[in-house]
Design a protein around this ligand. Sequence first.
Ligand code: ADP
Ligand code: MG
Length: 246
Amino acid sequence: MSSINAAAQKYRSLRLSVIAENLKALVTQAESNASSYLSFAEALVDCEQLERNSKRIEQNKRRAGFPLHKSLDEFDYQFQTTISQREVNGLLDFNFIDNRENVVFIGPPGVGKTYLSIGLGLKAIDAGYKVSFNTALSLMEALELAALKGDLKKKISQIAKFDVLIIDELGYLPMNKQGMHNLFQLINTLYEYRTIILTTNQEFTNWGEFFFDDNVAVPIVDRLFHHSHIFMLGGESYRLKSKLNN
Ligand code: ADP
Ligand code: MG
């Protein structure tokens, strides 16, 4: 009879390293449970699959580029009452991603827009989606750099590999003409193809000012807000919460 080690080596050579590493334990468990052949066969592949999935999720979390990890489970809905837990949970079936719809959080500083975008992004990754977090500024810089190298299209198609693009803080800084052009190219590519989660401090009426030019603002805003779930957040800044309590 062949040894466990020899069998494990065969799994390893087929790149089934999780089965290889756990073979002894899996065999022992099957023997002690008197498992059927079928359930043993399934247990082997489940073990490999489970580990691969959780590794992929960890990798996707690293690749997402979140500035910090914030769990939606700890979001304080007692403090932030202009969005309800029910509304946020309503997004967690991720139909909005499957339907390529956008989510937009609008509101003043400190009300939890970035928190909600990260929290939602993390949950999406747990559900198997690929997410990329970017501040509007870093995204614009990356696009500008790519455009300078003549690689704008390539950069945009890299971004489009993610299911969800988070753009945090659009509207805080004005943009030049080239920046608007680059952003339009990106948004146009992602339109009805990928999901954007956007946070902004700008009301719709101010968008023309931010983009300088309504001719570009209108088509960009149109594509961002069409098929989108819009949440207008208000209230006090959470950053001032501790100060207010003292
Ligand atoms: P915004 O992006 O709207 O300016 P942030 O999401 O960055 O605000 O929130 C500011 C700070 O307050 C962050 O540290 C965030 O984690 C915290 N915070 C905001 N809202 C809440 C909330 N409802 N519950 C818990 N922490 C919150
Ligand atoms: Mg923010």
